[in-house]
Write a protein that binds this ligand. Structure first.
Ligand SMILES: [Zn+2]
Length: 79
């Protein structure tokens, strides 16, 4: 998706915007990463052919907390 091609329909009509999808907070989303929630901005990628959308948290501290604080379940890769 970030390379400009939609992984669902293979169109090259992908657009990106930081915090482009507002779900109540203009500066990003609240993430339950530690005991407290933290705000992270989000890069949104949207395919304007099929509507498929991906979100990427941009705050490295929030990403580190998700992997280290045990509040998220790590998904094991399928065999
Ligand atoms: Zn698409």
């Amino acid at each position: 998706m970030q390379n400009g091609t939609c992984p669902k329909c293979q169109a090259t009509t992908v657009f990106m915007r930081n915090n482009g999808i507002d779900i109540g907070e203009p500066n990003g989303v609240w993430v339950v990463s530690t005991k407290q929630r933290r705000m992270s901005s989000v890069n949104s990628y949207v395919c304007t052919t099929c509507g498929y959308t991906e979100f990427y948290l941009t705050d490295p501290q929030v990403l580190a907390e998700i992997s280290q604080f045990g509040r998220w379940t790590r998904v094991n890769p399928s065999a």
